[in-house]
Structure formats: C-alpha cells, structure tokens
Design a protein around this ligand. Structure first.
Ligand code: PLP
Length: 408
C-alpha cells in the first residue's frame, strides 16, 4: 500500500491567502457587484521596467534563429547575470561576494523552502513570529517539528517580534543551529540596523549556527545607514546564506527570477564533527534538482543592473513607497499604531481587536481586503498587514472608505 509522508498531516489548517480568498469569494457571492479593493496581497501591480522588457524581447529574438538559439544554460545561472549581481548588489556595497557564490533560481520561495534539505533532522531551528510561512511549513513537511498546538509547532524556537521590542526579536536564550531572519520584514515592515545584524552574526559565530537571511525586500531600503545585505557585516560570509529575488525588486513576480548566495566559507558539520562546505552541497542539490532559469528571463534580470534599469526600478519602488507613506499617515491619523512602510512595502497596524474580526469588519463595512496578522503567527494576533502594492488611486479610495467606517 502506498503511504504518505505523515508530517504533512501536521500542517496547520489552510494557507492564509486561500482562507482570505474564500472569505472574499463568499462575500462577493452574497453581495454581487461589490467593488472590493485589495490592500492585502504582496503582489506587485506595475509593469516590468522598460529596460527589462527590451532585454527580454531581444533575448526572445535570439531564440528565434539557429545561430543564436540557446538550449540548457548553466544550472547555476549565466555568468553575465551572476557577475552583474556580484558587482552591483555586493561588491559595490563593500560586501565580499564572488559571482560563483551566486545561484540563480526561479524564486526566493523555492530557495527558502528547499535550503532545509541540507541540514540534519534533529537540529534546533529558530523562526521569526510573525513569519513568512514558507520557513515553517517546509520544516514541518520535512519532519523537523512536533504537532501544531496553540498556534505553534512543538520543537521550533519562536523569535518573537512585538511592539515592545520594536519588531526586532531578541537573540535566542539557548543554543539554536539554524536561524531564519527576514529584513526588511514580511509582514512587519521592520528593518535591521547594522548593530542589530552584527549581534546576530556574533551569535551565529559563537554558536556554530547558520543564518538564513531573506532579503527579498532590500530594494525598498531608503535609509542609507541600514544594511541591505547581511554580508555588509564583517564575518557574515562564514555563517550566513542570503536569499534575494527580482520579484519585488523589479516586478518579476510573474516572470520568475531570484538568487541564493552561498559563500564558499559557509560550513556545517556531520555527526562525527567533520566540516562540510555548504556551497558544494547546494551546488549538488541545485544541479540535481533544477535545470536553470530561461535565457530571456536572465537577460531581463541582467537589465535591472544597467543604469537605465536601476533608475527605473527606483522610480517604481518609490511609487510603492509613496503608497506606504499614505497608508501609514492615514492609519496613524485615525489613531492606529503603525510600523514599517518607510523602508519596506508593508505596514503593520495594531488593531486592538482580533485580527480576523478586524479583517471581516473591513471587508463588510469598507469592502477593503487586508491581511490578518494572526495568519503569520501568534505574535501577529491583534495586527493587520496592509501592502503598498497597488495603484495610488486605489490606495486613496480604500483609505477613504476606512476613514468613513472609522468615523461612523
Ligand atoms: N521571501 C519573502 C519574505 C517574501 O515575502 C516572498 C514573496 O512574497 C518571497 C520570499 C518569495 O519571492 P519569490 O517571488 O522570489 O518566490
């Protein structure tokens, strides 16, 4: 009899966004013609930058002639893209990362989901709370947790991000082996200062731990004093793997391109205490299970690093950040405590009531969809996330409706 991986049975009820979609669909069915404004989902709404479109088109044309056609590319990605990333995203900011330490992929979701395969099943894992759910669910599927009880999986260490600590979790009290961090943070919009990141790097070095640093939103950082990469912190290249994506940086959510940085100095140990370089292990995994991102997409991603591309992505991301300011200013004026939004596309708003009730109230009274914080973990209860990814006009309309509900 074919049997299942029973760890899947531990996964908590349903995925946050499918629950939201079901609720919205039920509301629309009961209220045909309702004009609903989505202020919840983290998907971009603006078109790809022109520089990317031109590079994309011209690479498609290359595929149309035998003389320039390309079949399988290098599993790790084309050198032209890896070199552009190493130069612009790292070396230009003083981070010592080489092109051959970069692995191109089709998404930071897949990379942050797959990386756990490299590690033993009995390691101690620390995850943020609230959390981007992929970090948790993939470890549940792999059998690294116990049951889900009272909103948490047994066996995981939860790094609590709250109003009190400014959404920057304290270092673990005990020893953990693997630490997931995400800055700018989804969902809280919090950012980490250089000093704060340096403390995490020191913790990891002292404890032979590894940090998985998700920097999917680095392009929204406008405060120059904030690090965009963990590798801007001395010593980080020995203890951190970083994930980035073109999804939010350059509007590639539907185009798909991302990368993981696995420095050659990053290591982990086997049960006998022998040291193993993670670069070689990830290379083995990547080349076995992945056949590369399409050539036109990699050419489109390369164009992000041209002068024109940099100017265009800045303009697009500044547009979203203007939305973020509008959300934050409006909600603050309505008496809600808000964080995030200045260097991140998410605003984390204290509701002072159950976050699903607040979601229902906004849906029913304002026809506005937000994301209930409880869906991101126990510390998300009492908060909602509003996303800056939408048109300015839609944001204005949605906020006007929230203002009307608040004053009624
Ligand atoms: N990491 C974080 C924190 C995210 O919020 C997201 C997408 O929402 C991703 C990774 C996934 O990015 P990608 O589109 O590259 O899979």
């Amino acid at each position: 009899m074919i049997r299942i991986n029973e760890h899947y049975l531990k996964l908590s009820a349903s995925y946050l966004f499918s629950t939201i979609n079901k609720k919205v669909a039920a509301y629309e069915k009961a209220n045909p013609g309702a004009d609903i404004i989505s202020m919840g989902i983290g998907d971009v709404t603006r078109a790809l930058p022109q520089a990317c479109i031109r590079a994309f088109h011209s690479a498609v044309d290359e595929m149309a002639a035998d003389s320039t056609f390309r079949g399988y590319g290098p599993d790790q990605g084309y050198d032209f893209l890896r070199e552009a990333i190493a130069r612009s995203d790292y070396q230009a900011r003083g981070a010592d990362i080489a092109a051959d330490e970069i692995f191109i992929s089709d998404g930071a979701k897949c990379d942050t989901a797959n990386i756990q395969e490299l590690f033993a099943n009995d390691i101690v894992i620390a995850v943020p709370d609230p959390v981007y759910p992929v970090y948790v669910d993939t470890n549940v599927m792999a059998g690294r947790t116990g049951a889900f009880e009272n909103g948490r999986y047994q066996g995981l260490v939860y790094l609590e991000s709250t109003l009190i600590n400014g959404f920057m979790p304290a270092l673990p009290k005990g020893k953990v082996d693997l630490i997931y961090l995400c800055f700018p943070n989804n969902p809280t919009g919090a950012t980490a200062t250089r000093d704060q990141l340096a403390q995490w790097v020191a913790y990891a070095r002292d404890n032979c731990a590894l940090i998985l640093y998700d920097a999917a939103y680095h392009a929204f950082i406008r405060d120059d004093s904030l690090p965009q990469s963990i590798y801007e912190i001395p010593g980080a290249r020995d203890i951190a793997i970083e994930f980035r994506s073109f999804s939010k940086t350059a509007g590639f959510t539907g185009t798909r391109c991302a990368y993981a940085v696995v420095p050659k100095t990053c290591a982990a140990w086997d049960a006998r205490g022998n040291r193993h370089e993670l670069h070689g292990m990830w290379n083995r995994r990547h080349t076995t299970k992945f056949n590369g991102v399409s050539y036109p997409v990699q050419r489109a991603a390369e164009a992000v690093f041209s002068e024109e591309g940099q100017r265009q992505i800045r303009e697009i991301n500044d547009y979203y950040l203007r939305n973020a300011r509008l959300i934050s200013d409006t909600m603050t004026a309505l008496g809600y405590r808000c964080s995030g939004g200045a260097n991140a596309p998410y605003i984390w708003i204290e509701t002072r009531m159950d976050s699903w009730q607040f979601f229902d109230m906004l849906l029913e009274k304002a026809n506005v969809v937000c994301t209930p914080g409880a869906g991101f973990g126990r510390c998300g209860e009492g908060f909602i996330r509003i996303s800056a990814f939408n048109s300015y006009e839609n944001m204005q309309a949605g906020l006007k409706r929230i203002r009307a509900v608040r004053s009624s």
